[in-house]
Design a protein around this ligand. Structure first.
Ligand code: SME
Length: 167
């Protein structure tokens, strides 16, 4: 059984414990698509139990489908979401192009934001890199404005780095 993180209240040590648990959860053969799906599903679930004040957490995986470079909905926790996001569109697509984390304090002020759930008020999107290429993004929504801090962004970037290890 995978143990959920019991928070001590100390942010730094809790985050470290989370990253350690995530690393232990990874299976060696992530290159196998189905194994990767399992890993992403468990990671979304683990994050959902760890983070407070969120309403959606999940992955979009970069794919070329019928000649289109897009982000395809991967494993997630939360309400059903848009299946395809063209690279360049929305916060997720922008993250792909900019190749950097997008911390959106108020989604109504982000031009081109794609609304999957009207409850979402702020959003954090972190790129997953393999050899300098963005192969997917880790997206988190909150029903509160300004939910995510720079510290949250650094932590989620660490999560993305661990996920990328066996991509
Ligand atoms: N808001 C995202 C779309 C994905 S959902 O938030 C799950 C965007 O603008 O790319």
């Amino acid at each position: 059984m995978v143990k959920l993180i019991e928070k001590s209240g100390d942010r730094t040590s809790d985050d470290q414990l989370f990253l350690k648990s995530l690393t232990a959860l990874l299976e060696p053969s992530q290159q196998h698509m189905l194994v990767r799906i399992s890993t992403l599903a468990n990671t979304a679930s683990l994050l959902a139990s760890y983070l407070d004040r969120i309403n959606w957490v999940g992955f979009y995986v970069r794919s070329n489908i019928d000649g289109e470079d897009l982000l395809l909905l991967g494993p997630f926790w939360g309400n059903p979401a848009c299946t395809r996001i063209p690279v360049g569109k929305g916060v997720c697509g922008r993250c792909c192009i900019a190749k950097e984390t997008q911390l959106v304090e108020d989604v109504t002020k982000f031009s081109g934001h794609i609304t999957c759930d009207t409850a979402s008020k702020s959003e954090l999107v972190v790129p997953i890199f393999v050899a300098d290429e963005v192969v997917g993004v880790l997206d988190i929504d909150s029903p509160h404005t300004s939910r995510f801090s720079k510290e949250d962004a650094r932590f989620i970037e660490e999560v993305a780095r661990i996920i990328a290890l066996h991509w």
